[in-house]
Design a protein around this ligand. Sequence first.
Ligand code: NAP
Length: 234
Amino acid sequence: MKTALVTGGGSGIGLAVAERLKADGYHVATLDLHPSGTAFSQTADVTDRAQVDAALAAVRDRLGPVTILVNAAGMDGFKRFQDLTFAAWQRVIDVNLNGVFHCVQAVLPDMLEAGWGRIVNISSSSAQSGQQFMAHYVASKSAVNGLTKALALELGPAGITVNAVPPGFIDTPMLRKAESRELIGGTVEDHIERTPVRRVGRPEDIAAACAFLISEEAGYITGQILGVNGGRNT
Ligand code: NAP
């Protein structure tokens, strides 16, 4: 049985991915600032390489080599660009981009050894559309899309696929927090009429895309950015 590690698996999209992969029969571990409650949980900060390595060691010990990685840990940020401090810019880049760097590098030896691997990076539809007052966030997620393509070329010969899923407007604690701070232009439900499929996205929508990209039958798909956004971004 293959082992999957889901970062950000303590909440929202990452939690739904962890639950879906568990239901699909994988061994699942989560790496998050918070425990997931449904999988073998490692409490760690993706920006701290020593914590990531220690978490990986514990997961390998319990569940065996990790050949599936879903990078869903992330943070948003809202600030007018001229008011954005460099520290705030750096923190968002550190979590959303450098966190992916650390987790991929930490897991890679297991995939190379197995000659098989699946990496799915959760980026953001804002990397496609741009988003005012989120320059640091958009920059970090655009970089994740670029990293995905570069790694797909580099790791394809080793049997490892690397894809990105940019979510658009998914009902999670992150989105509800932004709603409560009046940062999304009305309520979450107000966005239904601005969404072609006329509903709010669910974490399970993202989990379904991840499950497909991880499956054996998706082995010829790599370096792709698979938008899951109800048609909000085409
Ligand atoms: P969420 O509910 O806030 O889940 C993200 C999880 O990652 C939280 O448990 C969070 O902990 C954790 N996390 C944050 N920083 C971390 C760190 N340094 N190390 C380890 N874990 C960390 O948000 P979500 O909506 O599910 O977001 C999941 C991913 O989807 C994120 O990368 C987000 O940018 C992306 N995304 C979401 C949407 C959407 O509509 N929801 C749209 C586009 C992209 P804390 O709660 O303590 O921060």
